[in-house]
Design a protein around this ligand. Structure first.
Ligand SMILES: [Zn+2]
Length: 400
């Protein structure tokens, strides 16, 4: 850790580039304690690591600062200096006794109090959520930044994201959803945005990189993203691959969804083209798009006749039922006030409207204009997909 107290209660912060001689003489004359547990700590002034404090006796403190990696110390120091250079009032390792939490950096910006956490080690989801909740309850805006070491990605427009990564998802003032990461070695921010998952773990996403020196705090809190248009052909390719992998998987027989398909005498590979489409807010739902869009089809659309009404209320009822039965899982996103998963459903209804399946009558009522048909053979499927592609092309052209 970088902040400790003297026995007289004075706070000593190592974030201000003090010279070694100054710190050596301070160490000669003072004894230090941990601000959290009050136990003795020593000031380490070696050449190998960043100057820091360490507990004399291990394992007594609630904060596990002694296990801090160099990456963590370095990252939080850099972010602290970056804020100070922008004249933003910030305190390194500020200990809030009331809630017994110690964000890496507490800072004030535009009248708001922020708790910045630069996270290098994986922590259990429930601890992450508890800390975040406690910040929100006590007037802090949490700002979790993940270490880039935990951010593997395969291709430029695809990201493999676990539940842990999604904990870092935050929303900008403009409503953009993004995961901020930071690399102290390269002094680089890495943002992941426009996340559209096609399976529980994999998503199309947009990556952007920003040098620390060229970024302002405002840009970290409200990044401007350029929306990348997702190609439907690329989307279909990965979804088909996903279906194939899933359908051939040995565990498939025990899967609730595949079981339901089987009972309905349906085939995963003969689902209509209108099921499993990318929609902007689908990341709110952890369950794959193919699955939740199929459920919506089974529960609501399949039983409707041309001209019948479809209400958002009715859909909400069935979605909630599926959630209760654990057939649909909503993503855990602790930094968001609530997870507006119905936004994903509405995105989908609007897409069906553009595809000519539904007509929107009011904000909450739609009418069935054209039935979604189930292909009965591969040939029928091919024909349906072709006409579907023509529709997609047509409205992409109209959107330009
Ligand atoms: Zn302690």
């Amino acid at each position: 850790m970088l902040t400790a107290c003297t026995k007289a209660g004075k706070t000593i912060c190592l974030g201000n580039n003090q010279r070694k001689e100054v710190l050596l003489s301070l160490r000669e004359n003072e004894e230090f304690v941990c601000p959290v547990c009050g136990e003795d700590v020593v000031l380490k002034l070696g050449d190998q690591r960043i100057f820091h404090f360490a507990h004399k006796r291990a394992g007594t403190c609630i904060e596990l600062f002694d296990g801090e990696t160099e990456n963590h110390l370095e990252g939080k120091l850099q972010l602290y200096h970056w804020l100070m250079n922008q004249k933003i009032p910030a305190i390194l390792e500020y200990y809030d006794r009331g809630i017994q939490q110690r964000p890496d950096i507490m800072f004030m910006y535009q009248g708001k109090k922020y708790a910045l956490e630069y996270q290098c080690s994986p922590i259990p989801e429930h601890i992450f959520s508890k800390r975040t909740h406690s910040y929100l309850q006590n007037g802090y805006t949490p700002l979790w930044i993940i270490s880039n070491q935990h951010l593997p990605f395969r291709k430029s427009n695809i990201a493999s994201l676990t539940n842990f990564h999604y904990l870092f998802l935050r929303t900008s003032e403009m409503g953009n959803l993004y995961i901020p990461a930071y690399c102290p070695e390269k002094r680089l921010f890495h943002f992941i945005d426009s996340i559209i998952p096609y399976s529980v773990k994999n998503a199309f996403a947009h990556h952007s990189f920003h040098r620390l020196e060229r970024m302002s705090l405002q840009q970290l809190l409200a990044p401007a993203f350029t929306f990348n248009k997702l190609s439907i052909t690329k989307w279909e390719a990965v979804v088909n691959q996903f279906k194939l992998h899933w359908g051939l998987n040995n565990g498939a027989r025990s899967n609730q969804f595949l079981h339901e398909l089987y009972n309905r005498e349906m085939n995963l590979f003969l689902l209509p083209a209108e099921i499993g489409l990318p929609v902007p807010h689908s990341l709110f739902i952890q369950t794959s798009t193919v699955v939740w869009q199929s459920y919506l089809f089974f529960d609501v659309l399949i039983g409707k006749k041309l001209g019948d009404f479809i209400t958002v209320n009715e859909i909400t009822y069935f979605i909630k039922k599926r959630i209760r039965r654990k057939e649909i899982t909503i993503r855990q996103l602790p930094q968001l006030d609530k997870v507006p998963y119905m936004d994903a459903i509405l995105d989908y209804l609007f897409l069906l409207e553009r595809l000519g399946i539904l007509t929107k009558l009011t904000e909450t009522t739609f009418q069935l204009k054209q039935k979604i048909l189930l292909p009965r053979s591969n040939r029928e499927k091919e024909e349906m997909w072709q006409s579907f592609h023509q529709k997609i092309k047509a409205f992409s052209r109209n959107n330009k």
